[in-house]
Design a protein around this ligand. Structure first.
Ligand code: SAH
Length: 448
């Protein structure tokens, strides 16, 4: 809290002191689990069939292509077909664990909007919204702070590849008010309105969202994007590919490409010291799109995920039935994921925006006032089991042994955000702050 501007502190006080009822969500942690319990339907064999016929026709495929097909193939993809979040699903994420998470991110969004001089328009854009819980919690904060938002025109824009999840998001955010687009190729494939009248639109691609001042949120989105894998060999960098096992034609195996591929020649950084690296080229492209939009239309982005700073090697893994799951076995039946390389994302962001962090989730949430919010909820709650739940979900989010240190927050901000304030209200700096940093949540400022 010591680094927050006075205005952000006021926002936090208002949200944190709200005695709005505790809203409960369910249970398991994605990091330790995922995917289908044993009794769940077996995956359709068609993903494996589709992949093996592709490999037979054109040769081994890259790990990125494998991951993209398994997760987001429009017919058989894991994300496209499943509702994997929640008590009956495969894993759970921070917004599902506690309402406080979304409330604090809601304060961050408004604080950035204020820091930018309260533009007339505020587009909240979420990439990969899951069940829509984060957006629901943020919208509740918007309603609480309606007087702060004044006459600003606020809208919600969701980038979601999964029709199944988009229906669930629509149900949670707009009740029965949403409509699907008439034509399949419409950029806005679904639209609706929240109970408070806030317009909500669904897109398949970030590029289809209208330009203008936007705050972008990506929570556990980048880890689901496909990674290329590369191995250092005596002959130089070679790409890891997925092939059919010649001994067992129903099984896949990893092979090393005998000669350089376009990806291995272009995606490995010249100064790379590790022997094995994963590069999420698609993540890099999305960061560049975010940067362009922030530079041109104003705004900020907050990327939160588990990851590292260019230090880890082999993190590609699957989760199914609360257990680690072999990534090549029963493709489509398990979530596939790879840790986010934040150093790569920062490099891709370039110098157009200011990069903040990454800071750990624990640091970010503590700076955002999670302790104060917990205390208020506890004060207003007399039920012993609910109090216990509140404390355990707080612990899950912040404890270093759980999600506190594994998850990181990276901020991308318009550079004008750091211009010397000319007595602009909303950018008043804390006298005691050694860095005079007016961005909520971050304690460290550095420019890429
Ligand atoms: N942010 C949510 C859900 C995380 S799961 C939470 O934290 O609870 C990943 C989400 O990203 C899902 O909604 C999934 O359908 C979506 N997704 C995965 N790949 C995507 C892609 N390439 N384009 C758009 N959405 C994608």
């Amino acid at each position: 809290m010591i680094f927050l501007s006075a205005k952000t502190q006021q926002l936090l006080r208002r949200v944190c002191s709200s005695s709005a009822a505790v809203r409960w969500r369910s249970a398991q942690l994605r990091l330790f689990c995922s995917s289908s319990p044993d009794d769940q339907e077996k995956p359709p064999p068609s993903i494996l069939r589709h992949l093996t016929s592709k490999i037979k026709a054109t040769g081994p495929i890259s790990v990125a292509e494998y991951m993209r097909e398994v997760l987001t193939n429009p017919v058989t993809g894991y994300y496209v077909k499943n509702n994997m979040l929640g008590p009956d699903g495969d894993f759970i994420t921070s917004p599902e664990i506690s309402q406080i998470f979304g409330e604090l991110l809601g304060v961050w969004v408004i604080s950035e909007w204020m820091g930018a001089g309260r533009p007339e328009q505020l587009q909240l854009v979420e990439l990969g919204p899951g069940k829509g819980s984060l957006a629901c919690d943020i919208i509740r904060v918007f309603s609480q702070l309606r007087s702060v938002l004044g006459d600003a025109s606020v809208s919600l824009h969701l980038v979601e590849v999964s029709p199944t999840l988009s229906r669930l998001q629509a149900q949670n955010l707009t009740g029965t008010s949403s409509r699907e687009a008439d034509a399949e190729d419409e950029p806005v494939y679904r639209s609706g309105e929240t109970a408070a009248g806030l317009p909500v639109s669904w897109y398949r691609r970030l590029d289809d969202i209208p330009t203008g001042f936007s705050v972008f949120l990506a929570h556990e989105f980048f880890d689901a994007l496909p990674v290329h894998k590369f191995q250092r060999t005596e002959k130089g960098w070679r790409e890891v590919m997925v092939d059919i096992d010649p001994e067992k034609p129903e099984q896949l195996r990893f092979v090393i490409a005998p000669s350089p591929t376009l990806a291995s020649s272009t995606l490995v950084h010249a100064d790379e010291r590790r022997d094995h690296v994963e590069v999420c080229a698609e993540g890099g492209v999305i960061v560049q799109q975010l940067v362009r939009r922030i530079v041109e239309g104003g705004g900020a982005a907050l990327i939160a995920d588990y990851g590292h700073d260019g230090t880890k090697t082999d993190t590609f893994r699957g989760f199914r039935g609360h257990q680690l799951h072999d990534v090549l076995t029963s493709p489509g039946s398990a979530d596939l994921t790879a840790d986010v390389d934040f150093s790569f994302l920062r490099r891709m962001a370039g110098v157009g925006v200011a990069c903040l962090g990454p800071v750990t989730q624990r640091t970010f949430l503590k700076n955002m006032g999670i302790d104060a919010r917990l205390q208020v909820l506890l004060r207003n709650c007399s039920d012993a089991s609910t109090r216990k739940q509140l404390i355990s979900s707080y612990d899950m989010l912040t404890n270093s042994a759980h999600m506190g240190e594994r998850f990181h927050f990276l901020g991308l901000l318009h550079r004008s955000r750091f211009a010397k304030p000319e007595k602009v209200s909303g950018l008043k700096l804390e006298k005691k702050s050694p860095l005079q940093l007016p961005v909520a949540g971050f304690t460290e400022l550095s420019f890429s």
